[in-house]
Design a protein around this ligand. Structure first.
Ligand SMILES: NC(=O)c1ccc[n+]([C@@H]2O[C@H](COP(=O)([O-])OP(=O)(O)OC[C@H]3O[C@@H](n4cnc5c(N)ncnc54)[C@H](OP(=O)(O)O)[C@@H]3O)[C@@H](O)[C@H]2O)c1
Length: 330
């Protein structure tokens, strides 16, 4: 089968688009004919060797997939051939990557795709949507009427946080790096969008949320707690989920006297059951048109190296090249 894989870490040029043996099916797995996959920053970090990870080569890239079940293992009961399914959190632990024509997936990691939702749409919200859902509900415990600030509302995670926080009844303040991206954030439902390149974010947030921010979601890899902690409300919750090398100073005094809490999490630690809870709600919101995918472009899987270049330039080097997810059709 065709797959995009690596035999060593390095620049995007190490990616090989070529033939690998098709997977063999275990009893608790379904064989999925993959239709669409997408890019996430974590794909870049693993391919580039930016994070300490035990990688078994050849390593098939990719965390998410959407496709159709072609065969169900003997003990797989939930899905049958012909069912459309999606998955995230693949390519991690003992689970194989998704950038391939066929992937064998333990059925506990599979979710149905609603009839009126396209493969490209569901795959574009899979990892970022589950991350946003886990962060808002499990960690920040967002409540109706809360004021939420998300730094980077135009990004993959941020655009889902904006939409979900609005569905959950919050007032949403966010940032974007251009007028066009600010307009998109408004279209997703953001109440206030601050251009972080031309405006003073700290000043704007303190004016827009005079009683403080109840939930602060930081998507940047360099959080600045000296600036953000004073903007938190009493009992404010702060989410950190990016920046493995970040070791910023932390203003303990101004934080604890407001009964604030700091929540760090990585979606890849979530169990299949935790992800299923998020996936069910994501499916419902997608089917009802409340949650929309933001797709920057669709490339063929053979362009996996180009997709890696673009994602790296946008997320790591902050070129702002992307406005939405890169989806690859398989
Ligand atoms: N812990 C987890 O479970 C988890 C899950 C998913 C992702 N992540 C991590 O979260 C981070 C974000 O992921 P993503 O997929 O959303 O990345 P992304 O799509 O590249 O988004 C990055 C965002 O940051 C914004 N930005 C850049 N510089 C900024 C600044 N100085 N001030 C405010 N905003 C700024 C960009 O805005 P413009 O484009 O408008 O300039 C863009 O909205 C990555 O590091 C990723 O690895 C962690």
């Amino acid at each position: 089968m065709k797959a995009a894989y690596i035999t060593r870490t390095g620049p995007p040029e190490v990616i090989i688009y070529g033939d690998l043996p098709a997977p063999t099916l275990k009893p608790n797995q379904c064989l999925v004919k993959v239709a669409a996959v997408d890019m996430n920053p974590i794909d870049v970090y693993w391919r580039a060797g930016m994070v300490p990870a035990k990688i078994q080569f050849p390593f098939i890239l990719g965390r998410d997939l959407a496709g159709t079940v072609v065969e169900a293992g003997t003990s797989a009961k939930k899905f049958k051939p012909g069912d459309r399914v999606w998955a995230t959190n693949m390519g991690f632990a003992d689970r194989t990557g998704t950038f391939a024509e066929w992937v064998a997936v333990e059925e506990e990691w599979l979710h149905p795709i609603p009839d009126n939702v396209r493969d490209e749409e569901v795959v574009a919200v899979s990892l970022v949507g589950v991350t946003s859902h886990l962060g808002l509900q499990q960690h920040a415990q967002l409540r109706r009427g809360d004021v939420l600030f998300v730094n980077g509302g135009s990004g993959g995670v941020g655009s889902c946080v904006v939409q979900m926080a609005k569905i959950m009844g919050a007032t949403v303040i966010t940032t974007a790096g251009s007028q066009a991206k600010a307009d998109l954030c408004h279209e997703l439902g953001a109440d206030h969008v601050i251009n972080y390149k031309t405006e003073n974010v700290t000043q704007q947030v303190s004016q827009l949320a005079p009683n403080g921010v109840n939930v602060w979601w930081e998507t940047l890899r360099e959080p600045d707690f000296q600036k953000t902690v004073p903007l938190l409300a009493l009992r404010g919750r702060m989410i950190v989920m990016a920046g493995r090398d970040a070791t910023p100073e932390f203003p303990v005094g101004p934080f604890y006297v407001k009964n604030c809490s700091l929540h760090g999490f990585a979606m890849f630690n979530a169990s299949a059951e935790e992800i299923r809870g998020a996936a069910e709600e994501i499916n419902r919101w997608l089917a009802q048109g409340q949650l929309r995918a933001r797709i920057d472009r669709i490339l063929p899987l053979s362009d996996a190296a180009k997709a890696h270049h673009l994602q790296e330039s946008s997320t790591v080097h902050k070129s702002g090249a992307l406005s939405g997810k890169i989806v690859l059709s398989v």
